[in-house]
Design a protein around this ligand. Structure first.
Ligand code: NAD
Ligand code: UDP
Length: 316
């Protein structure tokens, strides 16, 4: 019996990549009711296709920068609503600031009204271009408040601040997860992030576009592992931020070769200019997740890439 059995959850951003996996996981764990709320600005109803026949599931097309109308009891509010890829939040810059500020406030007000636990999807971008490596939760970060990533990074930093405000001043039971780069089926092929970019290039036999020298690093976590961490954190009593990510760190050059091997294709490496503000290194310290939640990533890159490539192949 998991702690989710019989519980009622609202997933803001539920039609997105991570949100749709979370809805699926909550229902598989025996949730009594799951409501996905999404305005579909970067998500897609198709992501929820497998859940539509489940009487315990519902979808509300709604922008969470306005108050969120939910009837009946709620045990958990998961706030995942926000554009998440650099290409998306550059295009939707004002929407990103609004959803990170107003949207997070409405998520907290919903949780307060329902006496629910509120889990905030924060990000490794809180650490900016980090000087501390790997990144521990106690590191305050190195964030450029006016750079091209600022609309996202500062919205997420404000998000953590308002979550702590509602916790301290209004007694709301809150959780903050700092999510590191996550990948898997249902990422959008055109969202510009490196995983769909390289997979698409491999499947089409195109050159791999490496930004800069390719020595910058990221650590990629498979989405099922992330979602397991979200559920564990929501069901814990841990109110301070917790990193969830896979510490398996790769340069982008190494990552392109891993995708080439997994997909069995792709052209040569071509170098394009590095976008300004692109963090040079990123790897989570997951000591807190390990000790507080008993959480570990389980899916190795080879297996996660296999599933991701299969998904993109089936949609090509
Ligand atoms: P995504 O774009 O696939 O999902 C975000 C969802 O939020 C989309 O369905 C979008 O339509 C919805 N949304 C955005 N603004 C909204 C609004 N105003 N009202 C209602 N819905 C709105 O992105 P994702 O990768 O699934 O990311 C989910 C969350 O996790 C985001 O908050 C993101 O910042 C965070 N995160 C993700 C990663 C990652 O690697 N995927 C890393 C760090 C943090
Ligand atoms: N990147 C790349 N080629 C691409 C897309 C991205 O080399 O076609 C690099 C990008 O510059 C960054 C890394 O891959 O250093 C991860 O980019 P992504 O947009 O996936 O996530 P983020 O930078 O937000 O971690």
């Amino acid at each position: 019996m998991t702690p989710i059995r019989g519980k009622r959850a609202v997933v803001l951003g539920g039609a997105g990549f991570v949100g749709s996996w979370l809805c699926e996981r909550l229902l598989a764990d025996g949730a009594q009711f799951v409501l996905a709320v999404d305005n579909l600005c970067t998500g897609h109803e198709q992501n929820l296709a497998s859940l539509r026949a489940d009487p315990r599931f519902d979808f509300l097309n709604h922008d969470v920068t306005g108050p969120i109308p939910v009837t009946g009891g709620v045990d958990f509010v998961f706030n995942l609503a926000s554009p998440a890829s650099p290409r998306d939040y550059d295009r939707l810059w004002l929407e990103t600031l609004r959803v990170g500020s107003l949207g997070t406030q409405h998520a907290l007000e919903l949780a307060e009204a329902k006496h629910a636990v509120m889990l905030q999807a924060s990000t490794s971008e809180i650490y900016g271009d980090p000087h501390v490596h790997p990144q521990v939760e106690s590191y305050f970060g190195n964030v450029d408040a006016t750079g091209p990533r600022a609309v996202y990074d500062e919205a997420k930093r404000y998000g953590e601040a308002i979550v702590q405000g509602f916790r301290r001043k209004r007694g709301v039971s809150t959780r903050i997860v700092r999510i590191f780069n996550t990948y898997g089926p249902r990422m959008r092929l055109d969202d510009g992030r490196v995983v769909p970019q390289f997979v698409a290039q491999a499947l089409r036999g195109q050159d791999f576009t490496i930004y800069g020298d390719g020595l910058q690093t990221r650590s990629f976590c498979f989405v099922a592992d992330l979602v397991d961490g979200l559920v564990r954190l929501a069901c814990s009593n841990e109110m301070d931020p917790v990193n969830i990510g896979n510490p398996d760190e790769k340069t982008m050059l190494e990552f392109a070769e891993a995708v080439r091997t997994a997909a069995g294709g792709g052209g040569k490496i071509v170098h394009l200019p590095l976008p300004p503000g692109d963090p040079k290194q990123r790897r989570p310290d997951i000591t807190r997740a390990r000790t507080l939640l008993g959480w570990e990533p389980r899916v190795p890159l080879v297996e996660g890439l296999r599933q991701t490539i299969e998904y993109f192949r089936s949609r090509a």
